[in-house]
Design a protein around this ligand. Structure first.
Ligand SMILES: [Zn+2]
Length: 416
């Protein structure tokens, strides 16, 4: 299984300025490609072929030729993905039409020399007179070599990586690289579990006799705070002129809130899924059935008379189902747990005791026929599992976990 790992490139004025100019150069390549694509479409009503783009971008930019090719490939992939999304009915998907000032720098195998201490990122420069520029179409131009040296801080042995990227994030440059990670062998003993992803309880996992419930209140609280703070700021921003000093201050505050809450939520999602995986490993689960709530949102669409639906839709939109699912999926894969997906419909109402359907009241699910009760989320998780595999009805041990975000401790050296 392939995973993307990264390390931060320590600040060095020389390296950082060099990387910045290269990023701008990549931005220039991207902008030009998009421009060519747009013009071509306007004239011929066709997509510009990839080979034409490669020809047009050859020997022009101060980058390694494979880097330029990688950018062209990226544009192509981008276009195909948008086409696929549009064909499946997503009309909001837009083709890339706008230029970029900065862009991440891709490097292929030929563009890097990796040793244990450092990574050398290769670049070319083409020496050309203005006079030549008019004559050269496919003529050979004098090529000059250039390179940027960054330290190799990767945890793994990356001497034979085939692809790397320089990404700017949070004031630092990062080196992203793809590594092959071996998956664990799949458990031979069959044991199923169901997983219910929700808002108040971000994760509920139920096996036959044990259950884990992870609270999602911390994530929700951060999201609610963010929405409120951003709304207040945008209200203030609407009162002053765009581009003024005050507006700039508010806009920076917006950015700060966004990045900070993003970090907190990412951390919490990681922690929640980690807890879940630890539980699954401890219980020796071989198959995990995950409930898919697509369809819930569909039912709540377009009914302005129903006030309740509007609040429900709002709740759904701030609930990070996709991220949780994605992280859970790949962590399962790494630990040799098989994933299955089923629809979530009626799983919260089906009664395991009498086989009928009841509406749950609060957090408890009570069967009025058999006079028994079970935690609502546990019942949901088990019912999701029951859609795929058999699961006996037994008393369940429930374990509660509540991940919280801690303020990062400032080390005493830094404080002084
Ligand atoms: Zn019942």
């Amino acid at each position: 299984m392939k995973l993307t790992h990264r390390f931060q490139i320590p600040y060095d004025k020389d390296i950082y300025t060099k990387l910045k100019t290269k990023q701008m150069e990549v931005g220039r390549v991207w902008s030009d490609i998009v421009q060519y694509g747009n013009d071509y479409y306007r004239i011929f009503k066709l997509w510009i072929p990839k080979s034409d783009l490669e020809k047009m971008t050859k020997q022009v930019y101060e980058l390694h030729c494979h880097t330029v090719q990688a950018i062209v490939a990226k544009y192509n992939v981008n276009r195909m993905a948008t086409l696929r999304r549009r064909k499946s009915g997503d009309i909001r998907a837009k083709y890339s039409w706008k230029g970029k000032r900065f862009y991440t720098i891709p490097y292929k195998r030929a563009g890097m020399v990796v040793s244990k201490q450092k990574i050398i990122l290769k670049h070319y420069r083409y020496e050309m007179d203005v006079k030549d520029l008019l004559l050269t179409c496919n003529k050979k131009v004098k090529k000059l070599n250039d390179y940027i040296e960054i330290p190799n801080l990767a945890q793994e042995d990356i001497s034979n990586i085939s692809y790397g990227e320089i990404v700017y994030k949070n004031g630092y440059y990062w080196f992203h690289y793809v590594v092959e990670v071996s998956e664990k062998k799949i458990n031979m003993v069959f044991k199923p579990a169901g997983c219910d992803l929700g808002e108040i309880h971000s994760l509920a996992i139920g096996t036959e006799d044990k259950a884990l419930i992870i609270s999602g209140r911390a994530i929700r609280a951060i999201k609610q705070y963010r929405a409120k703070a951003l709304a207040e700021l945008s209200k203030k921003m609407s009162r002053c002129k765009k581009g003024t000093k005050k507006w700039e201050v508010y806009s920076q505050a917006c950015q700060r809130i966004k990045t900070k809450s993003r970090h907190q939520i990412d951390y919490l999602i990681h922690k929640s899924t980690k807890e879940a995986i630890d539980f699954l490993i401890k219980e020796k689960v071989s198959d995990l059935v995950i409930g898919d709530p697509t369809g819930i949102e569909k039912g709540t669409k377009r009914d302005p008379r129903k006030r309740k639906n509007r609040t429900r839709r709002q709740q759904l939109s701030i609930w990070s189902y996709g991220e949780l699912k994605e992280k859970l999926e790949y962590k399962c894969k790494l630990n040799g747990i098989k994933n299955h997906f089923v629809s979530e419909s009626y799983t919260s109402q089906d009664c395991p005791f009498c086989g009928g359907r009841h509406f749950s009241n609060g957090r408890r699910f009570i069967c009025s026929v058999q006079k028994t009760e079970i935690h609502r989320e546990v019942n949901g998780a088990q019912n999701i599992c029951r859609k795929k595999f058999r699961l006996a009805v037994r008393p369940v041990d429930v374990l509660f976990k509540q991940p919280v975000w801690y303020r990062r401790k400032v080390s005493p050296n830094k404080k002084a």
